[in-house]
Write a protein of this length. Sequence first.
Length: 397
Amino acid sequence: MAITPLMPVYPRCGVRPVRGEHCHLIDEDGIRYLDFASGIAVNLLGHSHPGLIGAIQNQAETLMHVSNLYGSPQGEQLAARLVEKTFADTVFFTNSGAEAVEAAIKAARAYHQHADGNPKRTELITFTNAFHGRTMATISASNQEKMHKGFLPLLEGFQYCEFDNLEMAKSMVGPKTAGFLVEPIQGEGGIRPASDAFMTGLRALCDEHDLMLVLDEVQCGVARTGTLYAYEQYGIVPDILATAKGIGGGFPFGATLATEKAARGMTFGTHGSTYGGNPLAMAAGMAVMDAVANDEFMAEVREKGERIRARLEQFIGNYPDLFELVRGKGLMLGIKMKVESRPFFVHLRDHHKLLTVAAGDNTLRVLPPLVIGDAEIDEFFEKLSAGASDYVIPEAA
Ligand SMILES: *Cc1c(COP(=O)(O)O)cnc(C)c1O
């Protein structure tokens, strides 16, 4: 047999981590890596946060899982906390980001298919280079053909519009439009923040035509950008929002947040999940909220983000052939390169033991744990500078 026991859908690299220590990963051979990838914006408290570990240990000893057939004091507590801290009136818990987006898509459709709605409104307008996950609905919501190949037919009900092009979005609204599904800051697409005018314009279109503004904050949410959710920085509120990645700090779960109005179609028996919101996930979520959902923590994220950004901007000036610009918000930063970003990301990983993430549009993603301190920031710049100075741009194939 040639196929590996682990289904070979990932081109995995040679780094094989077995242990985490705060902002570092240690691999099988004992080599230490500075982790400015955070499992792709997941480990926001780093790898050995006592509060998160303790919460999971305690809950595992007490009660790991019960069915959603029973009352959930743990789920009620975390949902109430999210409701208190956000635009939302109600929360559905999932096990992943894609499932949170799926539930968001279902809620947006069900809003219009409600008795008081307009069942012709079945289409969500989504945006070029978006990433919403790998389920059938979420790949159908993205225009990226590389994710479609081999998995046809796609699901109906998605129209693709150019990202950040408000005029085009306006022109696409028709009698079948149910709403918009958008990442306020595209992650996989290359850390591209939507403009203020675009986000406020989409909100206005939704108000005018009774459409659902659905935000995918799976990557940019949970304090990553210096506010609990990125929409706060646009001065708008969504109708529905998908969140995951950082929300469990490494424990896999997600959530779909909605206003009471937007959730009117999500009634008894319409949706569900066996594991969704189980006590173990809720304990992890409460520990993450305890750590991040306060003004001091968020102010620190903004301050560290601004400091890294200023240093990055100064740094890239030394290598005008390699780097074009820095973009992003808070600790969700991207360095757009003038050359392919992937080989440089590999160079930093293999030769300088610095973990970052490659993204679309030749962007290098810088997604450190939100708990980094001065020492980690200095180490990052040492490794990045060393990596840039000994980098040899590979010959085009
Ligand atoms: C990662 C991601 C998803 C998918 O989350 P999974 O947990 O991998 O299913 C969806 N949307 C965005 C913006 C993401 O970054």
